[in-house]
Design a protein around this ligand. Sequence first.
Ligand SMILES: *Cc1c(COP(=O)(O)O)cnc(C)c1O
Length: 366
Amino acid sequence: MTATSHSPEITIEFHQSPVPDADRIRALETPGFGKVFTDHMVLAKWTADKGWHDAKVTARRPLELDPASAVLHYAQEIFEGMKAYKADDGRILLFRPEENARRFAQSAERMAMPAVPEELFLKAVEELVRIDKNWIPSGDASLYLRPFMFANEAFLGVRPAQEYIFCIIASPVGAYFKGGAKAVSLWVETAYTRAAAGGTGAAKCGGNYAASLVAQAEAYKRECDQVVFLDAAEHRWVEELGGMNVFFVMNDGSVVTPPLGGTILPGITRASVIVLAEEKGLRVEQRPYSFAEWQADAASGKLVEAFACGTAAVLAGIGLVKHSAGEFLVGDGQTGKLTTELREKLVGLQKGVTNDEHGWTRTVSA
Ligand SMILES: *Cc1c(COP(=O)(O)O)cnc(C)c1O
């Protein structure tokens, strides 16, 4: 598993019967989110004796697992989410993919899994994007990439597995929320929590999502788009949504976002928004923000906007907030001005429209 300085080997096995052009073009017209998949995938194996080996881009097909495969029993699984964009000039762009590679390695460490060397991760992402480049939609849509890794040892004993599979699949996606730029509604969850101190909240693992689904179902029951979690210790501090970080925009030029401290996923969109907001002259405070403060700030008019952010949805304004004792609106309930500006700036960078002063985009050579 040692990271070597030479470029990792990735074998290419082209699909023998890829989706016909006409079908692919039709699928790209209204892809939705995560329903349509490209022709290829990345596969690599890790074993205790060989480390990472047999990395390849190959035809996308079902995986065959032993019923005792460790992931099916003890959920040793992590993933990433990133997007490839087609710029108007035809370039293929990735947004801060090194950050995904680094976070994937950090998630692996927390879950007692072998890290995928960052070079292998990046090269595998680029190879897949290159080979499936006809699947990258143009316009506002993009190609969502889902790298993931799971324990695949056929063994029921409880310990870190001795065999793993690293895989990347790709899916052309349109808007994450059906309503487009319409503000989302949130259900404030006070019974179920997402992550506790010392737990896996900062790791991007499937288990966190499994634990969040019952609360997300509560949100749907209350006709809300998303759930927002409070902290596990006091049920008092705002943490994040099931899969997005959260920001609060005040009328005094400050922006508040909950601090990273092990229970919140360190979003790359979150980190990018902090930089862009500060460049706009805003004061970003990474500090605990209580649900009581949120309600008071919304009532007093101090809170003018709130938004959720993550790779899938980029930025989504927060409008209606429902909780066990009532509901309130953030601002006028619509997506706010700063939210829209930051979203446009970020999408502009990701699509290569805005000048990339930060060196955040990486061009995939064709
Ligand atoms: C992936 C994820 C985010 C957003 O991270 P990005 O890097 O911005 O996509 C936020 N919260 C959770 C729980 C996540 O899994």
